[in-house]
Ligand binder design. Structure first.
Ligand SMILES: [Zn+2]
Length: 230
């Protein structure tokens, strides 16, 4: 169970349900957006979790289009009328149901990536036409959420981070929370670019950083890792 305190602006962020990636529901005054979507296998769990809490997502924000994050975007769009938002460098991957395969940042993960490229078809998902495509920044107030999305590439070309009430950053796979003290992701297209995106994420001033996998990471952990790598 991951427990995240509400922001001082009264926005709640919960991990909706255990799934192939962290799926976050962001709610304020009965208006809800969902960040990331898991894989098709997670679908019924997502449906139950939304129903149990009486949430109807108005929007789906994709932190990137890897299959484990984008797998239910098309379904949420069709089922709830949620508007799908993606950064422009990956809208064509989403439209084709394709995963941009990243480079490994450690020796072990480099080997995994070469295997991944061979089994590429397993990384496909239901294609989805985005309702909103943005370049640098996208405002979330239109969905009743005090926040915005910024472009944070590096793990993948169209990486995006949602910033809620200037307190919580939902960073997708730009940050990983599966191993305490090791928040730098094991897979990235471009490590240099990712480190630049970490600077952007730190500059939001947020205190809590929610990764695509694993547990929340503190500002102290992020800054100490950034200082080692910059
Ligand atoms: Zn990813």
């Amino acid at each position: 169970m991951i427990n995240i305190p509400d922001t001082s602006g009264g926005t709640s962020v919960i991990r909706l349900t255990p799934a192939r990636c962290n799926i976050w529901a962001v709610t304020r005054n009965n208006r809800t957006i969902v960040v990331d979507t898991g894989i098709s296998f997670d679908r019924s769990r997502i449906e139950h979790a939304l129903e149990r809490r009486g949430l109807v997502p108005e929007a789906v924000i994709l932190t990137h289009t890897h299959f484990d994050h984008a797998g239910n975007a098309a379904w949420l769009q069709a089922e709830y009328g949620a508007e799908v938002v993606v950064q422009e460098a990956e809208s064509h991957f989403l439209a084709g149901g394709d995963t941009p395969i990243p480079e490994g940042t450690y020796t072990v993960t480099r080997g995994l990536v070469s295997i991944g490229r061979k089994i590429g078809p397993a990384f496909r998902y239901d294609p989805c036409r985005a309702d909103h495509v943005f370049a640098d920044r996208f405002d979330l107030n239109r969905f009743g959420i005090n926040g915005y999305i910024i472009h944070t590439p590096g793990h993948s070309p169209g990486g995006a981070t949602a910033v809620i009430d200037d307190e919580i950053a939902i960073a997708g796979d730009s940050i990983i929370g599966t191993t305490p003290g090791k928040p730098f992701p094991p897979f990235a297209d471009d490590v240099e670019i990712l480190i630049g995106s970490w600077k952007k994420i730190i500059d939001t001033g947020c205190v809590t950083f929610l990764p695509g996998h694993g547990k929340p990471v503190s500002r102290e952990e992020i800054i100490s890792e950034y200082n080692k790598r910059k």
